[in-house]
Design a protein around this ligand. Structure first.
Ligand code: FE2
Length: 227
């Protein structure tokens, strides 16, 4: 099978680790190879047919909105080989170990391990939250070309509350298909800005990891969005 991801040399990973520790966010532009992007996009298209539309506000995350189609990790584990294999790929785990300085461990609940998030209608958004687990690797399969069309990641590192996102400190970043980012996702308040028009789509795979040094939070958020 052709490589799905490009290799990042150790010296670049060392520089990236310092940046990640300072910013809690690390862009990984072009992490997916052309073959990887093609294969994962095709897999996501197939899986989208069994995805579930979600439109609600999440009480445990300050009532922030969810308007999106999702597919939980437990269904992906049943329906896909490609995505669970990539999630557990030793080369990917080595890369994440280099970038975080810790050994990444799959999260215990299959539901949260690898999920598919699809924004596909005007107004679709993944509202403000923090994750239960410390690390999220997000792989972009589709994204609006124009940042004005929305679908940006807004984030505030080391947030005291989700309202920090509205306190003028949030950074909003644009990604392209094939890009990825790594987020310190349990202490960084984050959200995806709404799509501003119909006809654009944002499809990501979100891989969650934990480590032996962190006690995960127990919120109902993942069950509400992916069960
Ligand atoms: Fe998240």
């Amino acid at each position: 099978m052709p490589a799905l991801m490009v290799r990042i040399p150790q010296d670049q990973a060392d520089v990236a680790r310092h940046r990640f520790h300072a910013d809690s966010y690390l862009p990984l532009p072009g992490l997916l190879t052309a073959d990887g992007l093609d294969a994962l996009r095709e897999e996501a298209r197939r899986l989208e047919r069994i995805g579930r539309r979600r439109d609600f506000t999440m009480a445990c995350m300050d009532g922030s909105p969810r308007h999106m189609t999702t597919l939980g990790g437990q269904v992906i584990a049943r329906e896909s080989r490609l995505i669970p294999d990539l999630y557990a790929d030793p080369v990917l785990l080595d890369l994440l170990g280099s970038l975080t300085g810790e050994r990444p461990v799959p999260v215990p609940d299959p539901l949260e391990r690898h999920v598919l998030n699809i924004l596909h209608r005007k107004g679709d958004t993944h509202g403000a939250h923090t994750d239960d687990y410390p690390y999220a690797l997000v792989l972009f399969l589709e994204a609006p070309e124009n940042p004005a069309d929305g679908g940006l990641l807004a984030h505030t590192p080391r947030a005291v509350s989700l309202s920090d996102l509205d306190a003028g400190q949030a950074r909003a970043v644009h990604h392209r298909p094939g890009d990825a980012y790594l987020l310190r996702s349990d202490t960084t308040a984050h959200r995806v800005t709404p799509l501003t028009r119909s006809g654009v789509r944002r499809t990501v795979l979100n891989f969650a990891y934990t480590t032996g040094s962190v006690t995960p939070r127990a919120t109902p958020s993942a069950r509400e969005l992916y069960a």
